[in-house]
Design a protein around this ligand. Structure first.
Ligand SMILES: Cc1ncc(COP(=O)(O)O)c(C=O)c1O
Length: 448
């Protein structure tokens, strides 16, 4: 098979962009076979934290593989033990039991099953429902696809999806309740209780939410009152609160975990991407010790196991990534560079198609609109976000698409989530390319 054909089979299509063969990755840059460089302004899928191509990580992977190739989770390895210690150091003290998987979808699936099994062990067998939020994404397995809200990913699978209860998220730019913060009553948080009561509290096992919504909503940050209300409601009805920190965890928002911004500890936090800076497949969940205590007391085994859970290679890689993150103070840096990125992004607000800019740390999004006053989105046929992403890529900067769609399949936003090592000059270059692209395309996009 010709190289071109292979690439076409693999590539996520971007309009007008031929498949690109990447031959080297270093720092914030991806290099193609001709030597041209692209800034990875999205850190892959909001995953790369320490930057690409750190030799120490490759060496740690080699050492790890030479020591232990594979062991079942009944065994411990030095790399697994070290990683558990490192993860616990980053968590609030209540979250002190670590369970590994390979990807974020698996981690969320595991968390939902863990919560259900806990409810059964606690004598609450009728609790099985999971309340989730609109404008969220929790993965691609059938269960996680069901509880998420990415319409284009769900469309062809609708008859196979689980119909679970929903609440509206904190989408202040288009408040689902037609209110405005701070004069609103945080209805988005209060509605969780209403929903639990409608469903019957005896049927609800868990509530799942992204602390800062990533690509499905585009950098949605809740008001400070939101998660304390959620915590109280979950406690009142014996509902476990699962924080999906697959994107937001391990420093992405400028704190260890995004929930740290809100002073609330979930019952389970899931993680993936940033845990290994995407150098190797590694994910998992951290759980409150009091939950696993019940499993121990009942001598119950969590009925869930993946072959590659906590693979020694992934653990060795993640340990080195976490060492770099800690020793180079990169989580604090994500917070600092996030402030600079925020300032530069807000300079784009003067452009007619920039409707909203939102995010935290190094997890940001821009929502594009046809009409700034009415907030009317662009028609789907224009494929605005993909054209913006493709044009920026041809100019040397890669941004990630967002997946919000309204009931007429309209909606355009992009994600900006670079590695934490990005410099001010590199941010300037990203924003410069984005501004140029928006200024060039606004005439064609806004007319007609
Ligand atoms: C918030 C969130 N949860 C879960 C996932 C699923 O993770 P994975 O692609 O590793 O299965 C993603 C992936 O982007 C995500 O953004």
């Amino acid at each position: 098979m010709e190289m071109q054909e292979v690439l076409e089979n693999m590539f996520l299509p971007l309009p007008g962009v031929p498949p690109i063969l990447i031959t080297k990755t270093e720092g914030v840059y991806l290099y193609d076979s001709s030597g041209a460089r692209f800034i990875d302004a999205s850190g892959g899928p909001m995953a790369v934290t320490i930057g690409h191509g750190r030799k120490e990580v490759a060496e740690a992977a080699k050492r790890g593989l030479e020591q232990v190739t594979y062991i079942l989770p009944v065994f411990a390895s030095e790399s697994r033990i070290e990683l558990v210690k490192r993860i616990k150091k980053l968590m609030p003290p209540e979250l002190n039991e670590v369970y590994f998987c390979s990807g974020g979808s698996e981690a969320n699936e595991a968390a939902i099953k863990f919560a259900r099994q806990y409810q059964v062990l606690a004598g609450r067998e009728s609790k099985y429902k999971v309340v989730s939020r609109n404008l969220s994404y929790h993965g691609m397995t059938l269960l996680t696809l069901s509880i998420g809200d990415v319409k284009m990913r769900q469309r062809d699978f609708i008859p196979m999806l689980w119909k679970n209860p929903r609440v509206e998220p904190h989408y202040c730019y288009r408040c689902p309740y037609g209110k405005e913060y701070p004069r609103c009553d945080i209805d988005c948080a209060l509605n969780l209780e209403k929903r639990i009561l409608e469903e019957g509290p005896e049927t609800v096992s868990a509530f799942i939410a992204e602390p800062v919504v990533a690509s499905a909503g585009g950098g949605l940050v809740p008001p400070p009152e939101y998660f304390p209300i959620i915590r109280e409601t979950c406690d009142k009805y014996d509902v476990l609160f699962i924080a999906d920190e697959v994107v937001s965890g391990f420093g992405r928002t400028g704190k260890n975990m995004a929930m740290d911004h809100f002073g609330v500890v979930p019952d389970i936090a899931t993680f993936a991407k940033g845990a290994s800076s995407a150098y190797a497949p590694l994910a998992g969940m951290v759980v409150r010790g009091e939950l696993t205590d019940l499993y121990k007391e009942k001598e119950a085994e969590f009925q869930h196991l993946y072959t590659f859970s906590g693979h020694p290679l992934s653990c060795a890689v993640a340990n080195e990534v976490q060492r770099i993150l800690e020793e180079e103070g990169l989580i604090a840096r994500a917070g600092e560079m996030g402030k600079y990125l925020e300032k530069k992004l807000w300079e784009l607000m003067e452009l007619p198609m920039v409707g909203d800019i939102r995010g935290k740390g190094l997890l940001w999004s821009i929502e594009f609109v046809k009409n700034k006053t009415t907030k009317e989105p662009f028609p789907r046929a224009k494929n605005v976000k993909m054209h913006i992403i493709a044009t920026c890529l041809l100019k040397g900067v890669f941004f990630y698409p967002g997946y919000w769609e309204d009931d007429q399949d309209r909606g355009d936003h992009i994600m900006i989530a670079p590695p934490f090592i990005i410099t001010e000059e590199q941010i300037d270059e990203c924003i410069g390319v984005l501004r140029e692209t928006l200024e060039e395309s606004q005439h064609t996009v806004l007319s007609g």
